[in-house]
Design a protein around this ligand. Structure first.
Ligand SMILES: [Zn+2]
Ligand SMILES: [Zn+2]
Length: 237
């Protein structure tokens, strides 16, 4: 066993994995426990692509494969997230912020933290929702069991572009769908530039907040179909 030769790549990859673990545990100790997985280059395998932009908490990851390199020659990187995002009370919410369009992430963080300052612990229950997932949701209450929860088909909701989020106040691990002070939460979200579903006349959707940047969902769908996207998100400028 002593003289067994391992390929060079093996040493390179295991030292990168070691370095990344050192970086992440240092971040955790300094109060920056969250990190984002980033793929690099254009020839990214499906396995890595799935992890692109995902946010993990180092102390909570059970899947060690969320730390690159996750396979030989994986060139993916990690970024330790610094700043306000680490102050959010809820790791589920932080993870979901990672699914949002980069253009609204800072506003979402500011909104959740402002509520938190008023002792309202909001959880993001829904952020990005794929067009396929939206179609399944649309059928709920129409052709499949359950209550109607959306008026939008795939591509008709800002969620499909990562530009909407749904929130609810949590207490002792329980969502307060009825007891949440929606007027207060709605007013707060609007302060950070979101349009609030609670203001809608035709389909009141109090947990829902979105940013349109002056575009309709059909304009965004067109951009999406025309591949006017970066990292899967429509180009807003
Ligand atoms: Zn990779
Ligand atoms: Zn929504």
């Amino acid at each position: 066993m002593k003289n067994q030769k391992r390929p060079k790549e093996y040493f390179k990859d295991s030292s990168r994995l070691f370095d990344n673990n050192v970086l992440l545990s240092k971040g955790e100790k300094e109060g920056h426990g969250y990190y984002q997985f980033l793929t690099s280059g254009t020839n990214v395998c499906a396995r890595c692509q799935k992890l692109h932009r995902k946010i993990f908490r180092y102390s909570e990851i059970t899947e060690k494969e969320a730390i690159p390199p996750i396979h030989p020659n994986c060139r993916c990187e990690i970024v330790v997230l610094e700043g306000d995002i680490n102050d959010i009370w809820d790791s589920v919410t932080i993870t979901r912020i990672g699914t949002l369009h980069p253009a609204i992430q800072d506003s979402a963080i500011a909104f959740i933290l402002a509520a938190q300052k008023q002792d309202i612990n909001l959880r993001i229950t829904d952020g990005f929702r794929s067009i396929e997932e939206q179609n399944i949701l649309y059928e709920q209450g129409r052709t499949t069991p359950g209550a109607i929860v959306t008026n939008g088909r795939g591509g008709q909701s800002y969620h499909n572009f990562g530009l909407a989020l749904d929130v609810v106040e949590m207490k002792d691990g329980v969502p307060l769908w009825e007891e949440t002070d929606w007027d207060k939460v709605g007013a707060l979200g609007k302060q950070f530039g979101f349009e609030w579903g609670g203001d809608w006349a035709s389909f009141v959707d109090r947990p829902h907040f979105e940013m349109s940047f002056g575009f309709s969902t059909s304009q965004f769908l067109q951009m999406y179909n025309d591949d006017k996207t970066t990292d899967g998100f429509v180009n807003i400028q």
